[in-house]
Design a protein around this ligand. Structure first.
Ligand code: CS2
Ligand code: MN
Length: 356
C-alpha cells in the first residue's frame, strides 16, 4: 500500500505540501481540481500543472478524489450522455498524464451528511457528528445553512454554495428515482466508461454513501456488502472497483468491515481508514484513528486489507480538530498526521508478524 493524505490544492487547503512531505511514511497525495464543476472536462494542462506542483515537493499524485459525477448522470436526466462523454474525455486526459486512480461517489444531491461540524469532545478536540433526530427534524434545504457557520471559512466537498443554491431543483430531478433506478443509472454510466478505463488502466473506485442509509427520502445504494457485490458484478471488470471507507460503511452497525474487505479482494483500489464512536445505533461522532478511541477495531481492518493483498493508496480520513488548528472540518493536518503514523505502525507490525 502507499500511505497518502488528501490535499485540496494550494488555493483551497490550509495544509501545505511541505507539511505533508514531513509526515513519516506519507509519500503521496490524493488531490483534485477543486474548482471544476461536476460535468466539466478537465484539461491536460491543468492536470499536468497539479501533478508538477505535487512532484516538485517530493510527493506523488497517487490518485484523484473526486472526479464528481453530474447529477444528470445519477438521476438519468436528459443530458446524461453529454456529461458521460465529458467524463470520458476527463478520464482520457488523466490517463494521458499518467494518473490511474479515480474516486467518485454516486450519492444523490448531498455528499456525506453530518449534523454538527465541531462537536466538542471530553479532551477539548472537536469532531464531526451525526444525529438522526436532527436530520429528521430538518428541511433538506436548510441543511447547508445549519452547518455552514462551522466550516471555518472553507468550502466543503459536495457542499459547494453554488450547488446548494439550486437544491430545490436538485430534489425535483430525483423525483421517481428509487434504488433500482439508481443502480440502473450507475450501470449505464459504468458500462460506457469501462473501455477508456481499460485503455488507460484507470481504476474507478466508488466511495460509499455516508451515512450508509437513505437520508431525506433520497435513494442510496452504496451501503452494504450485498449492494457493493451487486455493483461489482453488474459491470464485472476489475477497473470497476471501490474505495473502501471504514468510516462510511461503518455508520451501519450491521456492516462487518473486515468481512466486507475480504469479500472485495481484487476490487478495492483505494482505502480510507477512520474511526467512529457510536452514541446510539444511528448517532455517532468521529473519533481519533486509534481503535480504543472509537467503536471500530482498526487493527482488524488493516489486517483484512493486508490479507487480501491490498496494494493501492490508503489515507487517514477525517481527523479531529486539535491543538488549536483552524482548517476544513475533518481535514486539518495534525490529527490526520497522527492517523497516518498510527496506520503505518499497524501495517508494519502486521507485515513483520507475517514474515518472521
Ligand atoms: C470523504 C468523502 O467523507 C468521506 O468519507 O472521503 O467526502 C469522499 O471524498 C467523497 O464522498 C468521494 O466522492
Ligand atoms: Mn471516505
Amino acid at each position: 500500500m502507499q500511505m497518502t493524505l488528501r490535499w485540496y490544492g494550494s488555493a483551497f487547503d490550509t495544509v501545505t505540501l511541505e507539511q505533508i512531505r514531513q509526515i513519516p511514511g506519507v509519500t503521496g497525495v490524493i488531490s483534485t481540481l477543486y474548482d471544476t464543476a461536476p460535468g466539466e472536462v478537465w484539461s491536460r494542462e491543468r492536470i499536468r500543472a497539479l501533478k508538477n506542483e505535487i512532484e516538485a515537493s517530493g510527493l506523488t499524485l497517487a490518485g484523484i478524489e473526486s472526479v464528481n459525477i453530474h447529477d444528470d448522470i445519477k438521476a438519468g436526466g436528459k443530458s446524461r450522455d453529454k456529461y458521460i462523454k465529458n467524463y470520458i474525455e476527463t478520464l482520457a486526459n488523466l490517463g494521458e498524464e499518467d494518473v490511474h486512480l479515480v474516486c467518485y461517489n454516486f450519492m444523490p444531491v448531498f455528499d456525506w451528511t453530518r449534523t454538527e461540524l465541531a462537536r466538542i469532545r471530553e479532551d477539548g478536540s472537536t469532531v464531526l457528528a451525526y444525529t438522526q433526530e436532527a436530520v429528521d427534524a430538518l428541511e433538506p434545504e436548510k441543511m447547508f445553512d445549519s452547518i455552514s457557520g462551522d466550516m471555518n471559512g472553507t468550502v466543503m466537498p459536495g457542499w459547494e454554495p453554488e450547488r446548494m443554491a439550486g437544491i430545490k431543483e436538485l430534489f425535483a430531478l430525483y423525483k421517481g428515482v428509487d434504488e433500482e433506478q439508481l443502480f440502473d443509472n450507475l450501470k449505464y454510466f459504468l458500462e460506457r466508461i469501462m473501455s477508456v478505463c481499460e485503455q488507460y488502466d484507470i481504476q474507478m473506485a466508488i466511495h460509499p454513501d455516508d451515512p450508509a442509509w437513505s437520508v431525506f427520502g433520497l435513494p442510496r445504494i452504496m451501503t452494504t456488502k450485498e449492494n457493493i457485490l451487486r455493483m461489482t458484478r453488474m459491470v464485472d471488470n476489475s477497473h470497476n472497483g471501490v474505495t473502501f471507507c471504514s468510516g462510511s460503511y461503518g455508520t451501519n452497525r450491521e456492516n462487518d468491515l473486515p468481512d466486507m474487505i475480504r469479500s472485495l479482494k481484487g476490487r478495492i483500489h483505494f482505502a480510507h481508514v477512520r474511526n467512529l464512536k457510536f452514541i446510539t445505533s444511528t448517532n455517532f461522532e468521529e473519533a481519533a484513528h486509534l481503535s480504543s478511541d472509537g467503536s471500530f477495531d482498526i487493527y482488524e481492518i488493516m489486517k483484512a486489507l493486508y490479507d487480501i493483498g491490498f496494494d493501492g493508496p490508503i489515507r487517514p480520513d477525517h481527523g479531529r480538530m486539535i491543538w488549536g488548528e483552524k482548517a476544513m472540518p475533518g481535514y486539518g493536518l495534525y490529527d490526520r498526521a497522527l492517523g497516518a503514523a498510527y496506520l503505518n505502525g499497524l501495517w508494519e507490525a502486521i507485515e513483520k508478524g507475517r514474515t518472521r
